[in-house]
Structure formats: structure tokens, C-alpha cells
Design a protein around this ligand. Structure first.
Ligand code: PDD
Length: 291
């Protein structure tokens, strides 16, 4: 696969410029750096093309609007820049990370003057998405209290809670954490969470409590087409432990089976039937609709 060779400097995007990652510079007064006053998107790339990127652009617009942040460029121009980054880096398979912050100004909590331009940064990251050993084995998750703020529907760059959750999972010898609030699972630390019981797929309904995953939307639509029964409702840690199957979705994993939750084997402790089937159909559909 013609991925970015390790040790070779990537070309990254900073405010309209395409520069080597070793040359790229952001001010220490950038509000993303000082206040986590910014939003981001992660789009996947297969065969040198974007997956479901129009939906990522729509969510970016929504995040920016929710925070009264000005768009750094049109969705069309951002997409064109993403495509140029893919070309210049010869990225075959992986991710494009995109971040918009409320620009550079002296440290002051309130918004800066309205003429301060937002900062737009993008970089590619090579990753094998289709062939994934983790997709074959599945992941193990622990539970963690969901200590994030109340607007998880906005994809902000303030990710300390997920950083701590992933670290706690790693220290427990597991791959991720499912976050729990008021007795119900919200989502994974960087993905949406699903269980399967008696053939029904259950995942939390959309609200401010979870990120409205782009992969979630696509997978639910595909499950509908396959006449799988999807129920959008909150589920409890007990339901999760007793599930027949479980899985997660995100742009960086597509669909990964979950084979252990809080120390309990799910099913027989191997990926079940539904998650691998959804993964297969998701990838097939993505490849047929590259942007
Ligand atoms: N994470 N929930 C959370 C909290 C997330 O951070 C993500 C994505 C998702 C899945 O959303 P989508 O299907 O649109 O990727 C759900 C990205 C991949 C990340 O932070 O790397």
C-alpha cells in the first residue's frame, strides 16, 4: 500500500499554506492551544479518496455554528484542500485530521475582535483501515464515568476526558472505555457504542449527550437496508455485560467488534455475526461512494 513512509516529513496545511510538518507553525496565542477553543473533524481516506466527507463538512459547519465561530473557508474549498493534501502526500489509506480554532489573540476568555480570522490546520495520517487485525480480534472495553461537558454533540478539541479514559483502559490492558452517565452508557471515548440483544441492535439516541457519529448514521442506514432491527435508546452497563454482541463505530475504526465489557465475555468472547457483517457492508458501500 502506498502509504506515507515513516520518518518522511508530511506536507500539512496551515491557513492556506502547504508546508512540511517540520516547518508548520502555530502561534502560542492560538485559542485552540490556550482554551481548547476549537472544533475538529476526522475523515477517512480509502484508495486516495474521501469517505462520507460531505457529512463531515456538514457536521463541521454545525459545530462552528454552535460555538459562534467563523468558518475558515467554504466546505468546498476545505474539501479541495483535503484532496490536495491527499495527493501531495500520496495518501492511499488513512485519515485527514482537520481543526478550526477561534484564531490568535491576547489571552482573554471572551471572544476576540470579530476580524480575527479562525485558524485552519489539516494533516494526513496513514492508517490501514480495511485490513485491520483489531477488526478480526475485536476490542475489550472497561467502563468509566462520563465526566465530559454537556455538549458532546459539538466536536470540540477539548479531549482531556477521552485521553484519561483511553489511558485508564490501556493501563487495565484493554483497548477502550465506554462512558457511563446516570446509569446509562453514553458512547465510547472516541466512538459510538452498540449492543445486540435477541437480534436487535441497540444504540443511544441522538442528543447533546453523544457525538452524532457520521459512521453511526451510515451504519444504521445500512442496517435498515439489511432489515436489521435498530433501536435508538440508552442502555445500561448491565445490558451491555449481558449482550449477545457489541461493537463500536467511528471514522478511524469503521466497525470494530467488542468482545469483552467490564471483564465479561460478550457472547463466546469472539466477534459475533452482526458486527463483522456491518463492517463488510460499510466498507463495500464506502468504496462504492468515494468522494
Ligand atoms: N472520533 N463519539 C466520539 C466521542 C468521537 O470522538 C467520535 C469520533 C465518534 C464517531 O464519530 P464518526 O463516526 O463521525 O467518526 C463518536 C474521531 C474519529 C477521533 O476523535 O479520532
Amino acid at each position: 500500500m502506498a502509504n506515507i513512509p515513516p520518518n518522511k516529513s508530511r506536507t500539512v496545511y496551515v491557513n492556506g499554506e502547504y508546508v512540511s510538518e517540520t516547518e508548520a507553525k502555530i502561534s502560542i496565542f492560538d485559542r485552540g492551544f490556550l482554551f481548547a477553543d476549537g472544533v475538529y473533524e476526522v475523515s477517512s481516506v480509502l484508495r486516495g479518496q474521501l469517505v462520507d466527507n460531505a457529512a463531515h463538512m456538514a457536521r463541521l459547519e454545525r459545530s462552528l455554528h454552535a460555538l459562534q465561530m467563523r468558518a475558515p473557508a467554504t466546505a468546498q474549498d476545505i474539501t479541495a484542500a483535503m484532496k490536495r493534501l491527499i495527493r501531495e502526500n500520496k495518501l492511499d489509506e488513512g485519515l485527514i485530521y482537520l481543526q478550526v480554532t477561534r484564531g490568535v489573540a491576547d489571552r482573554d476568555f471572551g471572544f476576540p475582535a470579530s476580524d480575527v480570522p479562525s485558524t485552519l490546520v489539516m494533516f494526513p495520517q496513514s492508517k490501514s483501515l480495511i485490513k485491520s487485525p483489531t477488526a478480526e480480534t475485536g476490542i475489550k472495553v472497561i467502563f468509566m464515568e462520563d465526566i465530559r461537558w454537556g455538549r458532546r454533540d459539538i466536536k470540540t478539541i477539548q479531549l482531556l476526558a477521552p485521553v484519561l479514559a483511553k489511558q485508564a483502559a490501556a493501563e487495565a490492558g484493554k483497548q477502550d472505555a465506554w462512558l457511563v452517565q446516570d446509569g446509562y452508557i453514553t458512547e465510547g471515548s472516541s466512538n459510538n457504542a452498540y449492543i445486540v440483544k435477541d437480534g436487535k441492535i441497540i444504540t443511544r439516541q441522538l442528543s447533546n449527550s453523544i457525538l452524532h457519529g457520521i459512521t453511526r448514521r451510515a451504519v444504521i442506514d445500512l442496517a435498515d437496508i439489511l432489515h436489521m432491527h435498530v433501536i435508538e435508546r440508552a442502555f445500561t452497563p448491565d445490558e451491555a455485560r449481558q449482550a449477545d454482541e457489541a461493537f463500536i463505530t467511528s471514522a478511524s475504526t469503521f466497525v470494530f467488534p467488542v468482545v469483552e465489557i467490564d471483564g465479561e465475555k460478550i457472547g463466546d468472547g469472539t466477534p459475533g455475526r452482526i458486527a463483522p457483517r456491518l463492517r463488510e457492508i460499510y466498507i463495500k458501500n464506502a468504496l462504492e461512494n468515494l468522494e
